[in-house]
Design a protein around this ligand. Structure first.
Ligand SMILES: [Zn+2]
Length: 882
């Protein structure tokens, strides 16, 4: 299911009464579904036989199959549906199937964090496969407005990309994929022959191998010999964080646009290699549902998606309906789910001349469970995914010309109607700039070096570190959705975020111009240039300075501290001599003296030079400890910076996504050792070694003995960094004082049932971008250059600013930058508190109302997070709130 459950654990507990009536109903369903009724009665009486034992004919259409082809069962040693397939076995099975057929090419297109392969089975007629590259390139020309008119669609195959289980614990899709592969390769019918002559089918058996592996282990290790159907059983209730997410607990079905993870990066490159005409995304939802296929709620479609996309989705839907009718499965469409956020697998294709389709199957979670609709077996869920995979193929074949023309029209019309203007952005930091340019290129968006000085409104851009993205280009629609600010909405209810304006997320200077721009193709940026510090550092150097505004400087700082080097921090802008020239170091810049260290001088110089090049961090050579401004390097105010020891509280109740955001930032980007402590283990954990403990968003019980432990540790001098709902918890247990901004309630006269429901929905902030004003002199904002900072706002926590000195970040007086928030919430956001720094005993609490690391792409917030980790000791005691 694609919901954004915030606690990270999804439970669908629903007990039902197994009375005689419902048993009879279930038997009728079973008859219709060709499951052995005697076996079912046997379960009720003796509960000894596995309900999930079905044979291949339960799934497959009645056609003949090549006898030489191995079946999935012959490879796996169990029938599909009997056990949950692990990713290891899935990959092996797909490879075996493919190697036994001349209708298939097996390809690995990437690896996950846990080094599992991301795979494709490219399935078509042997004749097509011999010319696969030629066919692929010919098909791709449909997306080129200059060439597409020449393409004969009757000679061009349709490309159907079928992907499964991006949420690892929604496993029926991945389990159906070997059946789909077997059917395509072994099946013999006129329809199949025509399909493989006219289509290239790309199977992606699992979008999230790491999550599937985790979940399959859970489901299999809790399977009973006598299947237990009680939904309260542990089999159906994974422990935190569950298999939905990837290795770092990110939702990969939100990462198609910003491609933070290696698997998403590989997937998008692969998507553009094939440029499919239909892409499917097979999920699961709550167990008491039936089956859903897109289109979703019409008013919740992103306006950048052409209306024809929804009507074609509906035409394809007729094929799904017919297939599900034929096996007697219930389904629905249009009433829920949306097509708004392009970071989702079924929505991203919609602005790439492709039809993206979301499927949602009621989840069995385990092997057989009681639901409102009767007993739901794992094989039944697999079969629905299987038949809709086949109906997708059938639709692809029957609608081939329409789909190919749709692709051609999409690119031609969008290009012809695009304006001649451009976006311009400027960013000096190598990491941020490269992330952005690489991301744009991955989506096949053209980026150019800016070749002259330009003034747009009040903003000036010169040629250095400045880039142009023309609006009139092939991927003009993607350009728009990545850069635009949105403030108009057809619907006020959002399934996920309502805004994602990327230059705001990255906190980079940018502007839009409607002036016509002439592009010199030779200025296009295709490859990432290498980074090299050009600073001359000779043996006369007294110290080295590290630029704190470089994105990965926290990684360098951590590395040096881990090596035992003593470092200091510049706490206010100071002038130094560097190679006999005067330079100004900014607050936050790190100083590494070259003497009295555990390494010798030349060793330190060589090491830092090498590391800073690896981490794209700017360094400077400092000639002397004496400064022009008075405060020399040996000043009593310049103490050695302590090395942080970080723990993150995780476990049941904690928002796994946001705990994952912090984990990913520290482990993957800053390359730090970080301890994850389970909330329930807190009472038994010695916290003495930690200097800072992160409390991510989540539900914390005030009853838990762990809170006493945290309280004592803070009183004795520890620092807490708490975010979002963790703030509420600390305020409930009396560790921080806050004034909540008052809520204006819906007037009683207006609260009819439907109005109230819609009102409640419209008061949610699923994700919007707001502007905050920051105190650049505060250690939490060292390394920032602008007084304003875009923040990602989710939820409706708004607090008053009770003490300005303790609140170095506040929302501005007119904070809405992009996205949806109700008028009530917008007015509550005005001048609201963003951060509170308070005292508790001898310790400190840094409360962040918003998650600075949202989904790993909110790079504008990373520095703030790093400062809280590394610089909390620099926060002036007198400025803290009591
Ligand atoms: Zn899902």
């Amino acid at each position: 299911m694609s919901n954004s459950n915030t606690t990270g654990t999804t439970r669908y507990d629903m007990k039902i009464d197994v009375n005689t009536n419902s048993i009879m109903k279930q038997i009728k369903v079973l008859v219709r579904n060709r499951i052995n009724v005697t076996a079912f009665i046997h379960i009720l009486a003796f509960t000894t036989i596995s309900f999930s034992q079905v044979d291949l004919s339960y799934y497959l259409p009645e056609i003949s199959y090549e006898e030489d082809m191995p079946t999935p069962e012959s490879i796996l040693d169990f029938q599909i549906g009997e056990w949950h397939i692990s990713h290891d076995k899935l990959a092996y099975t797909m490879k075996e199937l493919c190697e036994n057929s001349d209708k298939c090419i097996y390809q690995e297109y990437g690896r996950t964090h846990e080094n599992r392969p991301l795979i494709n089975l490219i399935i078509s007629s042997p004749k097509n496969l011999k010319n696969i590259d030629k066919l692929r390139k010919q098909h791709a020309q449909l997306t080129d407005p200059q060439l597409s008119n020449k393409i004969k669609t009757e000679d061009t195959p349709v490309i159907i990309y079928q992907g499964y289980s991006v949420h690892g614990n929604e496993s029926s899709g991945a389990n159906a994929s070997p059946l789909v592969a077997y059917y395509l390769m072994a099946g013999q019918s006129d329809m199949l022959e025509s399909l493989l002559d006219n289509a290239i089918i790309i199977l992606d058996p699992c979008y999230n191998p790491d999550g599937l592996q985790r979940f399959s282990t859970w489901a299999n290790s809790h399977k009973h010999k006598n299947l237990t159907t009680d939904a309260s059983s542990r089999e159906f209730n994974e422990v935190w964080p569950g298999g939905r997410t990837n290795h770092y607990w990110f939702d990969l079905n939100r990462d198609w646009l910003f491609t933070i993870h290696p698997s998403s990066q590989a997937r998008i490159e692969n998507f553009h290699k094939w440029k499919p005409d239909i892409l499917t995304d097979h999920h699961e939802m709550g167990s008491n549902s039936t089956f859903f296929f897109q289109p979703g709620v019409p008013s919740r479609t992103n306006p950048n998606t052409p209306p024809v996309n929804q009507s074609l989705t509906e035409d394809i839907g007729n094929y799904h309906a017919a297939s599900l009718d034929s096996i007697g499965s219930l389904y629905y469409t249009k009433e829920s789910f949306d097509d708004y956020y392009y970071g989702k697998g079924s929505t991203y294709p919609d602005i790439n001349g492709c039809i993206g389709i979301l499927f949602e199957q009621a989840s069995a979670r385990g092997h057989l469970r009681e639901t409102k609709n009767g007993l739901l077996s794992f094989p039944f869920t697999i079969r629905n995914q299987f038949v809709t995979a086949l109906s997708t193929q059938k639709a692809g074949l029957k609608m081939k010309e329409t789909l190919l023309n749709n692709k051609r029209d999409f690119y031609k019309k969008r290009y012809d109607n695009a304006t001649d203007g451009y976006y311009i952005f400027e960013e000096e930091d190598y990491y941020k700039k490269n992330y952005f340019i690489e991301m744009l290129n991955r989506h096949e968006i053209e980026v150019y070096k800016n070749d002259k000085s330009r003034k747009i409104g009040q903003q000036k851009f010169d040629t250095k570190h400045t880039y142009i993205v023309p609006i009139k280009q092939r991927q003009t629609t993607l350009v728009k959705t990545i850069f635009e600010k949105v403030d108009q909405f057809k619907d006020s209810i959002f399934y996920d975020v309502s805004a994602w304006t990327l230059p705001l997320a990255l906190n980079i200077k940018y502007a839009e111009s409607q002036d016509k721009i002439l592009i010199d193709k030779k200025n296009q940026i295709l490859n990432t240039p290498t980074f090299k510090n050009n600073e001359i550092i000779n043996e006369k150097a007294f110290a080295l300075a590290i630029d704190w505004s470089s994105y990965l400087s926290p990684a360098l700082l951590n590395d040096l501290q881990s090596k035992g080097l003593k470092v200091r921090v510049i706490q206010q802008n100071t002038n130094f001599k560097s190679n006999n020239k005067s330079i100004q170091l900014q607050s936050g810049d790190i100083i590494v003296p070259l003497s009295n260290q555990s390494m010798d001088k030349q060793e330190i110089i060589d090491y830092i030079t090498q590391k800073s090049n690896e981490l794209y961090v700017n360094i400077r050579s400092i000639d002397s400890g004496l400064t022009a401004d008075g405060k020399s390097l040996g000043s009593p105010s310049q103490e050695v910076l302590p090395k942080p020891e970080v723990a993150i509280i995780v476990g049941e109740g904690i928002n796994a996504y946001e705990a994952g955001d912090s984990w990913y930032q520290l482990d993957f980007r800053y390359k730090m050792q970080v301890t994850m402590i389970d909330k329930n283990d807190l009472p038994f954990t010695n916290l003495d070694r930690y200097t800072i403990i992160i409390l991510p968003d989540g539900n914390y019980s005030t009853e838990n003995r762990g809170h006493k432990k945290i309280k004592e540790w803070t009183e004795e001098g520890g620092t807490i960094l708490c975010m979002r709902k963790a703030i509420k918890y600390l305020s409930q247990v009396g560790m921080i004082n806050l004034t909540v901004k008052k809520n204006k309630n819906l007037s009683k006269a207006d609260s009819t049932h439907t109005k109230f429901r819609n009102y409640r929905g419209s008061q949610v902030i699923g994700g919007a971008i707001m502007e905050a004003v920051v105190d650049l002199e505060h250690p939490l904002f060292f390394g920032y250059k602008d007084r304003t900072l875009p923040v990602f706002k989710k939820g409706t926590q708004f607090y008053e600013v009770d003490q300005a000195s303790a609140s170095p970040m506040q929302y501005s007086s007119s904070p809405m930058l992009s996205g949806y928030a109700s008028k009530t919430n917008q007015s509550k956001a005005e001048n609201a508190m963003g951060i509170l720094c308070s005292r508790f005993g001898r310790g400190k609490i840094i409360s962040m109302v918003d998650n600075p690391n949202f989904r790993g792409y909110w790079l504008g917030g990373s520095r703030l997070f790093a400062n809280a980790i590394f610089f909390n000791s620099l926060i002036n005691e007198d400025s803290l709130a009591e």
